[in-house]
Design a binder for this molecule. Structure first.
Ligand SMILES: Cc1ncc(COP(=O)(O)O)c(C=O)c1O
Length: 391
């Protein structure tokens, strides 16, 4: 990998050591420039007119994303973030009283909140699959929990608060065997892990643009498997998702775009397309290899520091590295590092309540690396933490 070139193509690497890629990655210049150029064109020639002129380029976004996750263009809906995508998928399932949802210990707060919200409308059961000895969703336990009332298996692939990579392909085998819906929250994984929806065997998958894909903020997408599109009715529709044909009738689109709205952030979409193209050109397998190597080094170096405890779980670990520092709060660590131009984030108990409670954790520092980070940056990061301890 030509890391030097990738860093030259990423203006932000000159300013900061950016270990907050699970928050929002630094965009490559080609991404940020494409957004700025598009916005400038809108301001000079008009928003609708610019969209008309760029229609072909906008349209390509569907096939570029499709190729990246091994889906067809008509299986992709463009949305403003992963939460919108995920919720549209959840609320499009026709749940009945008594239906069961099986989910993971590391479920993200927003997802779990939506199960609770759904439960206020329909008498569904929310059940959490136990973890195996590595801390990942136990496929054996999942299989034991399956019966005809399981309407949905809903799994977070890479959670927000640990290195964990859940075994979504093996979980997909179970979902297919029992013929239930399978929804994957791939918000933290698309862009770092080689997500292939055919291998995962999911019906729906949500992702965001700004994290490991290195796209602009306010972008995301939803994948819906071709065979399921007809079975999934969005909770609300507009004149882009459907056509109003008579006083009592409408015709809904028969592609994933039935989940979209007419109004869209086209500048962001163009940026997202560029970001996915950029990642595709590098190759997702190479990205994954580099990310895991850097994260492994970071965990190794952190573990050598006596005041630090690394809290990552899972048999396979990705680019998110979480830890605590004795007697220093996560926020204080973040602030100290920020003064030294190092970006990290913190993870609170309530963002992954079940998992944090289980592991008796209240907050974590989260350092998330990407392929454009360097070994040298990791060394500087460790030095900064040592200096903090000596103060
Ligand atoms: C696992 C997981 N799912 C979903 C989300 C929500 O994504 P977005 O902010 O793009 O809606 C996040 C955000 O951090 C996340 O970590």
């Amino acid at each position: 990998m030509n890391i030097k070139k990738f860093r030259e193509n990423t203006a932000g690497t000159k300013n900061v050591i950016h270990f907050n890629n699970a928050g929002a990655s630094l965009m490559p210049k080609v991404v940020s420039e494409s957004v700025i150029t598009y916005l400038r064109e809108e301001s000079l020639y008009g928003g609708y007119e610019t969209a008309d002129k760029n229609r072909e380029s906008i349209e390509q976004t569907y096939s570029v994303i499709g190729r990246f996750i091994n889906a067809q263009p008509d299986e992709i809906a463009l949305l403003e973030n992963a939460t919108a995508a995920w919720n549209l998928a959840l609320f499009s399932i026709d749940f009945k009283d008594g239906d069961r949802i099986l989910t993971s210990k590391s479920e993200y707060a927003s997802n779990y909140l939506s199960y609770l919200r759904l439960q206020e409308k329909v008498d569904i059961k929310i059940e959490v699959v136990p973890n195996d000895e590595h801390g990942q969703t136990s496929v054996t336990s999942l299989e034991k929990m399956m019966d005809r009332n399981v309407k949905l298996i809903s799994i977070t692939h890479i959670p927000t608060n640990s290195g964990l990579v859940n075994p979504i392909e093996k979980i997909g085998d179970v979902a297919q065997k029992y013929d239930c819906f399978y929804l994957v929250d791939a918000c933290q994984s698309v862009g770092q892990y080689p997500v292939d929806v055919q291998k995962v065997g999911c019906d729906m998958l949500s992702a965001t643009g700004r994290k490991y894909l290195r796209g602009p903020r306010g972008t995301g997408f939803l994948y819906i498997k071709r065979d399921q599109i007809e079975n999934l009715l969005p909770p609300f529709i507009d004149l882009h998702a459907a056509e109003w044909t008579s006083e009592k009738e409408y015709e809904i689109r028969n592609d994933a775009r039935r989940f979209e709205n007419w109004e869209m952030n086209y500048a962001g979409i163009i940026g997202l397309k560029k970001a996915v193209q950029y990642a595709s050109d590098i190759g997702i397998n190479r990205i994954w290899k580099r990310v895991t190597k850097l994260a492994e080094k970071l965990r190794w170096e952190l573990a050598k520091l006596s005041a630090i405890t690394v809290h990552d779980i899972g048999e396979i670990k990705g680019g998110i590295v979480t830890f605590t520092v004795d007697s220093v709060s996560a926020q204080e660590v973040k602030n100290y590092l920020s003064k030294n131009r190092i970006n990290v984030s913190t993870s609170s108990k309530s963002s992954t309540l079940l998992d944090m409670k289980d592991r008796n954790l209240s907050e974590l520092v989260r350092a998330s690396v990407h392929y454009y980070n360097t070994e040298n940056e990791i060394d500087q990061f460790i030095d900064a933490l040592k200096n903090m301890a000596n103060q």
